[in-house]
Design a protein around this ligand. Structure first.
Ligand SMILES: *[C@@H]1O[C@H](CO)[C@@H](O)[C@H](O)[C@H]1NC(C)=O
Ligand SMILES: *[C@@H]1O[C@H](CO)[C@@H](O)[C@H](O)[C@H]1NC(C)=O
Length: 544
């Protein structure tokens, strides 16, 4: 700007001396050339001001927090989809035929990209299963863990051989065993939280405290499955063979990968949906208190009882997956609801089982795991120390709640799903009058769809119990209200009123249509039946 006005000054001075003089005084407005310069400067200031305004707007307003990242995402990077995941299954010739029945349950040739790595071939190709690859020779690598299996080297090297194939458009490499059952849709959702262009090693350690002491608290246990971002996987593949020379004293393939990633300076990102299942026996207690984040995998299914009674192991997993196919994010998610008039507490584990307790059970107690299972390692000196809070699972069946297992699931064609649960084992226990005839529970819910932001801070959902039940109970699951507490409610009490206030809203009772079918109803009114004037138990917002 300065240089521009200087260049023009000789021209203006040639027009008139006084003008030229005045231009050198402190009133420059009279020169047309100077006016030009001022315009440019004003324009510049305006531009600068606009920039500051826009910057401020985007820095401090919710617009930036809420919309800007998604804007960036939509411009630069599409969201993660099924086809961005490449699964590598470590198997062996001897186990494949038996274990392939698990892989068949979660693998779909149309939408899942996967390979199975074997020590030797000899199988007919089966289009309903992933393509088989015979691993490269690893005899040059040392192995000296006493009593361990050399196959650990081959299994670790799957992480190199899968990457070296250079398949296109892979964002995440997922590794697991042939007895790992993956919940693919949930994996896609959870991995969407992370940027695959950065270095991520995502998995979970063992349920068993002692197994973590033995291996590492910071290692992704291989059978539970784990994910490595594509950029990190490429780096790992380059250095893998050198690590295999250095870690010959370790037991498993997962220890070798963990050590190599540690040398690359990367630590584990814990995702609690991966399940190594280092326990034996009855998984009931573990499955009934799943973390709020989605179920990603189950492992060691041959070492535990079938997940459902009266089914074999594969049938039982297939049953769970049928529910998963209707509402993947909700599978094993726990909601707890209360019937205050009969003093009944119900814990719903969607797609699996429902427990009906007599009395008021506080929520935190129901979130701890019932020790229905036993330790992974057998023997007298073995301690049952776990990585989560546990409570006793009474040996006496009458000391346990009534249990209902998933029977069937279905969809209303829209986003609504129903699931039926039937009473398991009609034992000769004394049960409270209100629940002793219960045979079936029907659960209504909407498909749970979380975006990335909701995934980062999940909240448990609430549920309501139908106002009256004899043999059959209806429960609806819904989003909790802003300040709703999951506890036995006594908000409306034993009152006959014309107007009622619940959760900060006032309801005119005469204006309310009172129906027990609250599936399609805006508000739910729970009434004590056969009482005049009727007794209001509580009002909840419905789920329509
Ligand atoms: C489980 O049951 C199905 C049929 O219901 C059968 O085809 C399958 O072989 C059984 N699996 C085992 C391991 O027994
Ligand atoms: C589910 O339960 C309801 C009643 O609770 C029953 O009417 C319905 O027939 C059941 N559906 C199936 C498929 O079992």
């Amino acid at each position: 700007m300065n240089s521009t006005s200087r260049k023009r000054r000789p021209d203006s001075s040639s027009l008139s001396r006084t003008d030229s003089l005045s231009s050198e005084s402190l009133s420059p407005t009279k020169s047309p050339a100077m006016t030009n310069g001022i315009r440019v400067r004003n324009l510049f200031l305006l531009l600068l001001f606009s920039c500051v305004v826009i910057y401020t707007l985007f820095s401090f307003s919710p617009i930036r927090r809420a919309q800007f990242p998604s804007l960036v995402r939509s411009l630069g990077l599409s969201s993660t989809r099924r086809r961005h995941l490449l699964f590598s299954i470590a198997s062996s010739h001897d186990s494949w035929l038996r274990r392939s029945s698990y892989v068949r349950l979660w693998y779909s040739p149309e939408s899942t990209r996967a390979f199975v790595f074997l020590d030797r071939g000899g199988f007919e190709s089966d289009p309903s299963l992933p393509p088989l690859i015979v691993s490269e020779d690893v005899s040059r690598f040392p192995y000296n863990f006493p009593g361990g299996l050399r196959s650990a080297i081959r299994v670790a090297r799957v992480a190199k051989e899968a990457v070296d194939r250079e398949d296109k458009d892979v964002r995440w490499f997922i590794f697991g065993d042939d007895d790992t059952v993956f919940f693919v849709e949930n994996l896609v959702t959870v991995l969407s939280k992370y940027d695959h262009r950065k270095w991520y090693y995502i998995g979970s350690n063992s349920e068993s405290f002692d197994q973590n002491v033995r291996y590492s608290f910071d290692m992704a246990f291989g059978g539970g499955g784990f994910a490595i971002s594509a950029s990190l996987a490429r780096a790992l593949s380059k250095v893998m063979d050198s690590c295999l020379m250095r870690y010959s004293h370790m037991y498993g393939g997962d220890s070798r990968i963990f050590s190599c990633l540690a040398e690359l300076g990367v630590s584990l990102t814990h995702e609690p949906g991966f399940h190594q299942i280092d326990v034996r026996g009855n998984l009931f207690g573990l499955l009934c208190a799943h973390p709020l984040s989605p179920l990603l995998s189950l492992h060691h299914l041959d070492a535990v009882d079938p997940l459902f009674p009266k089914k074999n192991r594969t049938e039982a997993v297939a049953h769970l997956i049928r529910a998963t196919n209707l509402d993947s994010a909700r599978i094993l998610q726990q909601s707890v609801c209360y019937d205050s008039s009969n003093s009944v507490t119900v814990s719903v584990v969607w797609g699996y089982a429902i427990q009906v307790y007599e009395g008021n059970k506080l929520l935190p107690d129901l979130l701890s795991l019932q020790k229905s299972f036993s330790t992974w390692r057998r023997g007298s000196g073995v301690q049952s120390n776990y990585m989560f809070s546990t409570r006793e699972y009474p040996r006496d069946r009458c000391g346990r709640p009534m249990v209902f297992f998933l029977d069937s699931v279905g969809s209303d064609g829209n986003r609504g799903t129903w699931s039926n649960y039937t009473r398991y084992g009609v034992e000769n226990c004394r049960r409270a009058e209100a629940i002793k005839r219960l045979r079936q529970i029907r659960v209504l819910s909407h498909k749970l769809e979380h975006n990335v932001e909701q995934m980062k801070a999940p909240r448990r959902q609430c549920c309501d119990i139908s106002p009256s039940y004899e043999e059959s109970m209806v429960i609806s699951i819904r989003k909790c209200m802003e300040d709703e507490l999951i506890a036995m409610k006594a908000c409306c009490g034993d009152r006959a009123l014309e107007e009622i206030s619940c959760f900060g809203r006032t309801f005119d009772l005469k204006a309310l249509i009172i129906r027990s079918d609250f599936w399609s109803f805006g508000y739910v009114v729970l009434l004590q039946p056969n009482q005049a004037p009727f007794r209001i138990l509580c009002i909840y917002p419905g789920i329509s």
